[in-house]
Each structure stands twice: as structure tokens, then as C-alpha cells.
Write a protein that binds this ligand. Structure first.
Ligand code: IVH
Length: 666
């Protein structure tokens, strides 16, 4: 066989095998016998071995995986992998519908889908070839699991047809079908290994195996639910998924269009009972606005899109006895009542404690010590008490008297308007709060100071640190007398503390432990106020006007910096050399929009809304969400919301087009 003949035969075999693969794994409709399939595969394998110079990265022979250990590289997602807001009842769905209608003010359709309970994956295709498979990770960056993903037979390595964008991503869920899960667990038990608690854990565990040949044996399956990229075939989510099916992806057949919440409620009821007959687990339903332009118009909140929501089915409930209630104090002073329960098995684990949330919840459910309660383990790791079995209540049980003073420091608790929880206000004198704040500061996602847990408690008990700034004033002399602290550990700790001074600015903001400021919010405010001095001067209105930041967050930031003790801590951090500003300032394209507040609304010809937002920020401006007297420009595209336009005109705010905007920053 000449090389040209071999190349032709290889391409023919690859195409034929992928076709049969698709018939078998995606369409469940095999056209040839397993034997015939194996013969073709063997022929391809031997030809590829004879001509190793022919690239085989997307060949079906690669689906068996290999024995090379994967060390998963972390890669940035081109588009962040967001999560979804949750709803649990029809009222919440109706609220979602009203929020959507308030923004888009025109007719539109929803798409209703199953919410598959597996592990999410992002698949990148370039010129129709699978080039990358990345896990969700933290949504911004995930693990590159390409080698493992290639072993999943329902994921096409090479797309069919030729009308796909040059580059795009398919998002989906990797699941372990019930049959495969049961078989896998039976084998594990036989070998004396621990069984997986549920198919979701088994799927995510399998995807992260370091040996792709082992992954191939797990028989994972993948369903796709979202296409993303610059040049998609349609402006409709539903149509794009139909297209994805043509290209060879497995799209769940249960997906449907819905005109209104009534139709969605019917879909939910149907699948709530029918889900037991599906071959895989689902934990709810996902509802999406179909039109991509409208999706764009609705935009995103900090963690999830405004154009989609999930409806979660009720989790498994189990009854047990409530023995007593403890009250825990968190690092922000929040009090959480915790139920001590008679141990009981729920969703594969033994549960002894469960959250009671807050005083209102106890009151609402009228929970009493000695009651038989129902507990539930939902998506969260900590189980919760959801109801009382009143029928079993004995007569003499007393109502719970919620505590009025802190169980740790005896300070009178406060409860601010709009807050569900009681707080201990003794921020600087209540031991679990002080310790909790320091532990948070040390933690991996914050200042990442090595060996945190053990060290913090030791330093705190020895009264060497009373607040986060003290750690930068530790000296070898102070440390060396500590029990269990050898010369080497002292050096390591001090080095790690020194290095932490250069932690990126957004992480420092997160590390401060301001109430309601998690990682995502910290990044957003760090971008808008690129030094701690600027952030400390920010008013509540200025903060609340930032896209994705609400009044509650704004208030807690301002409260934090108004506190003289916090001010002092910040001063000490700055004096110690902690870099509390962002170098990114130097990476600005220009300062042409310096401090200008710009609202974006409508759809645009040249740039996407996200790109425009970046352009505003890179030129020193601020993208804000709503039009107010402080707005400088309204950047208007087509289909702009009439209410925004009207408000801008009324306040005399200048309205500019995309072209005018681009001229401004030229
Ligand atoms: S859409 C922006 N659709 O649920 C689009 N997600 O909490 C966000 N999931 O991590 C995702 N089935 O892994 C979408 N039909 C479906 C889904 C689905 C399961 C998972 C997904 C995501 C999580 C969102």
C-alpha cells in the first residue's frame, strides 16, 4: 500500500467508525455487529501504527485512552462557566418570569430542559475537531481533562457536516447511567473497595482519574445543553441544540419549547414523577429564554445568567429525633442554630447534625426539642431540618427560646433589618469571630499562608496575634519560644507571610472577610476601585450602582470601612507593605473614559455587550447597570429597553451609538 492509499484508507475508516460509533452511542441504533466494528478498528489501528507520522489525535483509536498519567493542567475558560439560580416552587418561578418580562418587554419563548445530575464539561471544537475538554473548576478556570473526555463515546471527536463555526464550545453534563453505575459499584464491592455514594460522585471521580485507559472502562456518557461562541448558526438556543444533534452530539430528547410558566409547570409535574424511569439521574428542570439576543439583553448577575433558572426537585427526606440545639458563631458573627439529631442514614451517609438556619425558621416550623423532624440533604453538603412531624409530638414539649446573648462571649445579639440571622456584634472581642477571621485571612483562596489551620490557633492562643494585621509584625524572637516551633518552621512561616504581601489585590479584598464579600464580589469591586484608598472612600450609592452589586453588599462594605478598628487594621497592613492596590491600572489602554459612568443597553453590531464592558473598563470608565443622574453616557444599541431610554432623555443624559463610543476611545 502506498502512503497516499494508506492515508485515504485511514480517513475512510475513521469516518466510518465514527459514524457507527454515533449510531451506537448517541442514536442507540447500531447498524453493524460488534465483531465487524472491532475488525474495522483493528485495521485502522494497524495502519496508524504503520504510518505514525499521520496525526491521530482525533482518531477513534484514541478513545481507548492510554496509560500515561494525566497531570491536569489548569486552563482559563474562554467564557466563564456560570451556575444557575435555583427555585423550589411555582411562586419563585413566577417571580423569575416577572423579572425577565420587566427587562425584555416583548414576546419571547422559553426552552425547558432536564437538569442532569452529573459533572459539567466544556468541549472546544476548532474546525470541527475536538481540541479541548475542561471541567468547570471554579467557573473561571478548570482542569484540562481532554485525554479522558476523548474516551467518552458519545462525545464526537470530529463533527459531521461542514456548517459549524470555526471555533466554538459545547457545554454539557457527563453522567453515569444507572445501569453502568450499579455494575461499577457491584464490582467495587466485590473487590473490597468503597462504593460510590451516587452516580454524580462516580461520574466526577471517573473524569478525574489519572489514567485515561481506566476512564475508558467506566463507560461515561455525555449530554450537551448549551452552545457558546462568536459565530453560532442561529439566534435561538433551541435551534442551536438541534444543529448540535446534526453535528453528532447527544442532546437530551426531552428538551421542549414553552410559551409561558403554565406550560413549564406542566413539564415540571410530568418529569417529577417520570424521572424515575429515566436512564440517568436528574435533580430538576432548567428553564432558559430561547432568543440569544434577549439572553444578551438580560445579561448576568455575579454568578449566574438572568436568562435561565433551575427548578430543583425535592431531595430525599428522612425522619429522626431532635435531641438538642447548639448555636454556632461564624467568622462574621452570624449565629447558626444547629440541630443535634439521633443519627440517621440519608442519601448514603450518616447524619448527626443539621442546620436550622435562623430564628425565623425555627419559629416558622415551630420546631421543639424532642420533636420528630424531617431532614433533607439537598445540593448542599450540610443537611437541613425541613419540617416537623406534628402527629408524633408529645404534649409537654416547650417552644424554643432563641438565645439573646452570644454563646461564646455573652454579648447581646443584634438583628439588623432585612437580615435573617442574629449577629454577635463583638467583632473584635468574640473568640470564634477573631479566630475565624484570621483563619479566613490565612486560607488558600485568600492570602494562602501555608500550614494555616494548625498555626493560627497556636498563635492566637499564645496571644501573638489578635487581628489579621498582627501577623505581619511577628518576629523570630516572638515565635521561637512557642511549643512545637522549631527554627525551620519559624523560618518557613515568616517566609510564607512575607510572600503573601504580594497577593493579587482582589484576593486581599476577599481576605479581609467583609460580610457578604465573597471571591466574585471581591473581584468586581477590586476592578472598580483599584486601590484600598479608593475603596475606603466609596459611598454606598457608588457601590450599589456597580453592575452585579446590590444594596446589601454595598452597605456591609461601607460599614466595614467606617469602623475605626478596621481602619486601623488596614493602616497596619499598608505600613507592613501589603500591596493593597492593583497593578492592572498600568495595563489600561487609555484613560480617555476616566471615571465616566456608562450604561450599556440593547444589542450591538460590532462588539458583544461583554466586549463593550471590557472596553469601557480598559479605558478607565465604569460600566454601571442603571441610568441615574450620575450617569455620563447611555451606550445604546438596537432594541434598547424603552424605560432606560426614557429615563436618560428625562435626565438629559447623552445617548451614544456603538460607533460614537468606538470613536471616543480610538
Ligand atoms: S445551563 C449558563 N442546562 O447545572 C448556562 N445546566 O447550576 C448554565 N446542568 O453547572 C448551565 N443540566 O452542570 C444547564 N440542561 C442544563 C443542565 C445544566 C445540568 C448543570 C450544569 C451547571 C449546573 C448549573
Amino acid at each position: 500500500m502506498t502512503k497516499t492509499e494508506a492515508i485515504n484508507r485511514i480517513y475512510f475508516l475513521r469516518k466510518t467508525l465514527e459514524e457507527h460509533n454515533h449510531n451506537y452511542y448517541v442514536l442507540s441504533n447500531p447498524k453493524i455487529s460488534d465483531f465487524e466494528y472491532d475488525m474495522l478498528m483493528m485495521e485502522l489501528d494497524s495502519l496508524e501504527k504503520k504510518f505514525p507520522e499521520i496525526d491521530k489525535t482525533s482518531s477513534p483509536t484514541q478513545r481507548v485512552g492510554n496509560d500515561v498519567s494525566n497531570n491536569f493542567e489548569q486552563v482559563h475558560h474562554k467564557y466563564p462557566m456560570l451556575s444557575l439560580g435555583n427555585t423550589y416552587n411555582t411562586e419563585e418561578l413566577i417571580e423569575f418570569d416577572s423579572r425577565v418580562k420587566k427587562i425584555i418587554e416583548q414576546n419571547f419563548e422559553y426552552v425547558a430542559e432536564l437538569k442532569l445530575d452529573g459533572t459539567s464539561i466544556s468541549l472546544t471544537y476548532v474546525d470541527g475537531v475536538l481540541t479541548k475538554g475542561v471541567t468547570r473548576g471554579d467557573g473561571i478556570k478548570g482542569d484540562d481533562v481532554t485525554a479522558n473526555v476523548k474516551t467518552i463515546k458519545s462525545i464526537p471527536l470530529q463533527l459531521k457536516g461542514n456548517d459549524f463555526p470555526k471555533e466554538f464550545e459545547m457545554r454539557g453534563e457527563i453522567v453515569l447511567p444507572h445501569k453502568v453505575f450499579d455494575k461499577l459499584n457491584a464490582e467495587r464491592i466485590e473487590r473490597g473497595e468503597q462504593a460510590f455514594a451516587n452516580p454524580r460522585n462516580a461520574a466526577s471521580g471517573s473524569l478525574k482519574l489519572i489514567n485515561s485507559a481506566e476512564v475508558a472502562k467506566r463507560n461515561l456518557d455525555c449530554y450537551v445543553y448549551y452552545m457558546i461562541g462568536g459565530d453560532l448558526p442561529f439566534k435561538s438556543h433551541f435551534k442551536n441544540l438541534e444543529k448540535a444533534k446534526e453535528w453528532g452530539f447527544k442532546v437530551p430528547s426531552q428538551i421542549t419549547k414553552a410559551k409561558n410558566i403554565g406550560e413549564i409547570a406542566e413539564y415540571i409535574n410530568y418529569w417529577n414523577t417520570e424521572r424515575k424511569n429515566l436512564p440517568f439521574d436528574i435533580d430538576g428542570i432548567v428553564i432558559k429564554v430561547d432568543d440569544l439576543d434577549l439572553q444578551d439583553e438580560l445579561g448576568l448577575t455575579a454568578k449566574s445568567p438572568r436568562w435561565a433558572i433551575s427548578y430543583k426537585f425535592k431531595a430525599e427526606q428522612v425522619e429522626t429525633e431532635l435531641l438538642s440545639i447548639d448555636y454556632q458563631v461564624g467568622r462574621t458573627g452570624a449565629i447558626t442554630p444547629v440541630a443535634n439529631l439521633k443519627p440517621v442514614q440519608v442519601a448514603g451517609t450518616v447524619v448527626k447534625r443539621a442546620s436550622l438556619h435562623n430564628a425565623d425558621q425555627i419559629e416558622l416550623l415551630d420546631i421543639r426539642v424532642g420533636d420528630f423532624v424531617f431532614i433533607e440533604k439537598g445540593g448542599e453538603i450540610i443537611p437541613k431540618v425541613v419540617a416537623v412531624n406534628i402527629k408524633k409530638r408529645e404534649n409537654n414539649l416547650e417552644k424554643v427560646q432563641y438565645i439573646s446573648t452570644c454563646p461564646e462571649c455573652n454579648t447581646t445579639l443584634v438583628r439588623q433589618e432585612g437580615e435573617a440571622k442574629h449577629f454577635c456584634p463583638n467583632e473584635f472581642g468574640c473568640p470564634p469571630q477573631i479566630l475565624g477571621k484570621i483563619e479566613h485571612f490565612f486560607s488558600r483562596k485568600a492570602m494562602n499562608i501555608a500550614g494555616a489551620e494548625a498555626t493560627v490557633k497556636l498563635l492566637f492562643d499564645a496571644k501573638l496575634i489578635e487581628n489579621i494585621s498582627d501577623i505581619y509584625y511577628l518576629t523570630p524572637e516572638k515565635l521561637i519560644n512557642l511549643e512545637r516551633f522549631a527554627q525551620k518552621s519559624v523560618e518557613n512561616l515568616l517566609e510564607s507571610i512575607e510572600n503573601s504581601k504580594l497577593t493579587p489585590y482582589p484576593r486581599i479584598i476577599y481576605a479581609l472577610g467583609i460580610r457578604n464579600v465573597g471571591e466574585t464580589v471581591a473581584k468586581i469591586i477590586a476592578k472598580q476601585f483599584n486601590s484600598i484608598e479608593k475603596l475606603m472612600l466609596a459611598s454606598e450609592d457608588e457601590l450599589a450602582n456597580i453592575n452585579e452589586i446590590g444594596q446589601v453588599i454595598a452597605k456591609s462594605i461601607v460599614n466595614y470601612f467606617n469602623n475605626p478598628l478596621n481602619k486601623q487594621i488596614i493602616e497596619r497592613l499598608v505600613s507592613a507593605g501589603v500591596k493593597m492596590y492593583d497593578d492592572e491600572v498600568n495595563n489600561l489602554f487609555s484613560t480617555k473614559l476616566n471615571n465616566l459612568q456608562i450604561v450599556i443597553s440593547g444589542t450591538f453590531e460590532i462588539n458583544s455587550r461583554d466586549e463593550l464592558k471590557i472596553l469601557i473598563e480598559k479605558n478607565g470608565g465604569k460600566n454601571v447597570s442603571s441610568v441615574s443622574k450620575n450617569t455620563d453616557f447611555l451606550l445604546a444599541g438596537s432594541n434598547i429597553g424603552p424605560s432606560k431610554l426614557e429615563k436618560a432623555e428625562k435626565l438629559g443624559i447623552k445617548i451614544i451609538s456603538e460607533n460614537e463610543f468606538l470613536k471616543m476611545i480610538e
